[in-house]
Design a protein around this ligand. Structure first.
Ligand SMILES: Nc1ncnc2c1ncn2[C@@H]1O[C@H](COP(=O)(O)OP(=O)(O)O)[C@@H](O)[C@H]1O
Ligand SMILES: [Mg+2]
Length: 225
């Protein structure tokens, strides 16, 4: 199982006067659910984008499984090691639910029949019943679309799940269900789940809460740590 470590990580966008992330140091371990909370513009998405290998730090280093991301094949890292979900779900609108979940596996060369079997298991895992597998995303509720997005993100076997405001478009009931699924993935399946949010309710369920303010990352003391 792999942990992600940040060591004195900063990121400054080209042409920007100040860094969006400033000297962040922390470790994200498998089996735990993390929340990163902070106001809009505090650097949360920038932090996730470095964890995902989409941006490399302008200072400091990010290591996955002890290896510096600078030295990894980042396309492969993103395809195989990292699962990502977003506020807007970002499902493919012209593919069915089942096809959405199969798609990343087919990119990785999994045989279509095997991909379909695994997709069905993943969809069941997130509570999407068979009668919905052949629907298009637009015929699902927001909560259901996010479940499909979770199943799709995990289809290539990644055990590190990065979620950027995953419940931002959901009502309270669906927010709770999605957070239960994310908690189950960390506690039962050993995934490392990192949720960026500005919702204090969402952070309440996390094992470890970090706060971000003006690019600085700090661990929040809770009764769990
Ligand atoms: N592509 C970009 N180019 C320049 N500045 C950016 C870019 N993306 C974000 N920023 C700036 O970086 C800071 C942090 O943004 P972001 O990481 O998106 O914060 P959050 O996700 O917490 O809202 C903000 O000041 C934002 O304006
Ligand atoms: Mg953001």
């Amino acid at each position: 199982m792999s942990s992600i470590m940040l060591s004195h990580v900063s990121y400054t966008y080209r042409g920007a006067q100040t860094a969006a992330v400033k000297g962040a140091s922390c470790t994200f371990e498998p089996g735990l659910l993390y929340a990163v909370v902070g106001p809009s513009g505090s650097g949360k998405s920038t932090l996730l984008s470095m964890l995902a290998g989409l941006d490399l730090p302008t200072e400091g280093e990010v290591t996955f499984d002890g290896r510096n991301l600078n030295d990894l094949d980042l396309d492969r890292y993103r395809r195989e090691s990292i699962a990502m979900i977003f506020q807007a779900f970002q499902l493919f609108p012209l593919l069915t639910v089942l096809e959405n979940v199969c798609y990343p596996m087919e990119l990785c060369g999994v045989k279509p029949a095997d991909a379909r079997e695994r997709a069905k298991i993943l969809l069941e895992r997130v509570g999407i019943t068979k009668d919905k597998h052949n629907r298009f995303p637009s015929n699902l509720s927001g909560g259901e679309q996010q479940r499909v997005a979770i199943a799709r993100s995990l289809s290539a076997g990644a055990k590190t799940l990065l979620a950027d405001e995953p419940t931002g478009n959901l009502d309270v009931a669906n927010t709770e269900k999605i957070m239960e699924i994310l908690q189950g993935l960390s506690h039962n399946d050993g995934c490392c789940v990192i949720v960026v949010t500005h919702d204090q309710e969402v952070s309440g369920i996390a094992d470890v809460v970090f706060t971000m303010k003006d690019g600085a990352l700090m661990v929040q003391q809770t009764d769990k740590n």
